[in-house]
Ligand binder design. Structure first.
Ligand SMILES: Nc1ncnc2c1ncn2[C@@H]1O[C@H](COP(=O)(O)OP(=O)(O)O)[C@@H](O)[C@H]1O
Ligand SMILES: [Mg+2]
Length: 231
């Protein structure tokens, strides 16, 4: 059986710098976590899947077909959606943030479904996204992704900078979304990641240095100390 997303030993250069040196991971249904310290290469990995950075070496396959060399819009058209941390347009209303990329017809068609998961949206629709709290902005960013009807979601640090009570809500939303679509979750918050994900990958200095399950990772204090700065 082929994986939903398969990344195999990719190398990526940015300018003259070799940023990714050997990243491998596989995404199946549910939540897969991609962990690692700051600057380990997590965001570059997600953006490479989206076709933003060209790969010098390695394979990337979505549902068995290669993504290597495809432009970003064609990768997006296959249903892969990247969600940057609090990725919203500050000057636009929440409603415009949600409808802009998909058009008003698709917006009306999916509105009820998205609002049923993200109930807090109804009260903030007319507000400029720049006036929202960090947690609300993250909700809007995830709502935008849901409106695309994604077949694979790449979530980049959804908890970054948010208060614990808000992180709980974000976690509940991610769990609900994961019932509908596979999610590759980049996180620095190990507690959140361990509540949501089954399979884990750890990046360090542009390489996958660990792949395993939450049970294995939780039991390995040395690993957590070395690569996650916790424990
Ligand atoms: N646009 C860029 N130009 C130059 N270097 C970059 C660029 N984007 C990321 N990098 C470098 O690549 C490395 C990995 O970055 P990134 O993937 O953003 O890390 P993180 O794991 O924190 O998401 C870092 O050393 C970063 O400085
Ligand atoms: Mg990052």
């Amino acid at each position: 059986m082929s994986k939903i997303l398969m990344v195999e030993d990719i190398a990526v250069d940015i300018g003259k710098l070799n940023i990714l040196k050997g990243v491998s991971l596989a995404v199946e249904n549910g939540v897969t976590a991609l962990l690692g310290r700051n600057s380990a290469g997590k965001t570059v990995t997600l953006n490479t899947v989206m076709g933003y950075w060209p790969v010098r070496r390695g394979r990337i396959e979505f549902l068995g077909a290669s993504l290597v060399g495809l432009p970003t819009h064609r990768i997006a058209r296959q249903g892969i959606v990247y969600v940057p941390p609090r990725g919203v347009f500050h000057d636009l209303s929440v409603e415009l943030n949600l409808s802009l990329a998909i058009g008003s017809r698709a917006y009306r068609a999916r509105r009820e479904y998205v609002f049923s998961i993200l109930t807090e949206l109804k009260d903030i629709l007319k507000m400029p996204a720049g006036c929202l709290s960090g947690g609300q902005q993250q909700i809007v960013a995830m709502a935008r992704a849901l409106f695309h009807g994604p077949r694979l979601l790449l979530l980049d640090e959804p908890s970054r900078g948010l208060a614990p009570v808000i992180i709980q809500r974000i976690g509940a939303v991610i769990r609900e979304m994961a019932r509908q679509m596979p999610i590759l979750l980049v996180e620095q918050n190990f507690t959140l990641a361990s509540e949501l994900a089954r399979d884990f990958y750890i990046l360090d200095d542009g390489r996958t240095v660990y792949a395993g399950t939450i049970a294995e990772l939780a039991a390995d204090d040395e690993l957590k100390r070395r690569y996650l700065a916790i424990g």
